[in-house]
Ligand binder design. Structure first.
Ligand code: HEM
Ligand code: HEM
Length: 182
């Protein structure tokens, strides 16, 4: 019964897991690279990864949002109570908002701080923003609050997914899992 539920279409699943894998690598990279006492080469490598992967993810995120706006997700099974539908809608909306806020605030923090984004610099893209301590500080604050919010929402998101997959086994997990029978 559960495996006959309508599933997300392949592009939606592809977008979800590509973005999820990259974001789940970028979060620990961001948390570790800002720690005091880290060996310089490790810190540099993590910054290089975090900034450039974040920028590379932007077109994927924009394409994902454009796809989502033009393709409704499949209906949830009737067994899901109203409050859980509301919670899912709210948390998914928050995740999409954070997927926009995080790269923009990160970009502004770096550029207004006068730092490089190696990939864009190689491509000859200008800094786009004038140097400004004040703007860099504000963007840094937004990035930090966004990071905490993202981690909190993701903890709930992953716990809910695990609960559907392991306890309720109601087919919700299989809607997003890339292969059949998940
Ligand atoms: C291990 C990590 C993750 C698991 C197990 C997971 C699992 C799932 C599942 C099962 C769904 C489908 C929910 C439904 O049928 O209504 C879903 C949807 C979604 N996930 Fe994840 N997810 C993970 C990580 C992430 C990450 C890192 C992000 C973004 C930063 C994310 C963003 C979303 C969004 C926005 C949706 C809603 C899709 C839509 O309806 O447009 N997920 N996730
Ligand atoms: C989905 C995209 C992104 C996620 C999930 C993310 C996540 C994080 C996290 C968790 C931290 C550690 C918490 C903090 O210190 O604020 C962090 C820090 C940082 N991120 Fe990002 N980030 C993203 C995109 C970017 C981009 C595109 C850039 C720059 C081009 C960037 C630049 C930075 C910098 C410079 C820091 C250190 C902040 C500081 O100076 O304290 N991030 N990020």
């Amino acid at each position: 019964m559960a495996d006959r539920l309508p599933r997300y279409r392949p592009p939606a699943r592809w977008f979800h897991w590509t973005v999820a894998v990259v974001v789940l690598l970028m979060i620990p990279a961001g948390l570790i690279m800002t720690r005091e006492g880290l060996a310089r080469p490790v810190q540099d490598a993590l910054y290089l990864f975090h900034k450039n992967m974040g920028v590379l993810l932007v077109p994927v995120i924009l394409a994902r949002i454009a796809y989502r706006l033009t393709h409704k997700p499949p209906p949830l099974p009737a067994s899901i109570p109203g409050w859980q539908r509301g919670a899912a809608r709210l948390s998914h909306a928050l995740l999409y908002i954070l997927l926009v806020v995080m790269p923009i605030s990160g970009f502004i923090r770096v550029r207004a701080g006068g730092f490089p984004i190696e990939l864009l610099d190689r491509l000859g893209v200008g800094p786009w923003l004038a140097k400004s301590e004040r703007v860099a500080d504000i963007a840094q604050g937004i990035h930090a609050v966004g990071a905490v919010t993202l981690i909190a929402v993701l903890a709930i998101h992953v716990a809910a997914a695990a609960q559907h997959a392991l306890i309720r086994r109601d087919g919700v997990w299989g809607r997003m899992w890339p292969v059949r029978g998940g």
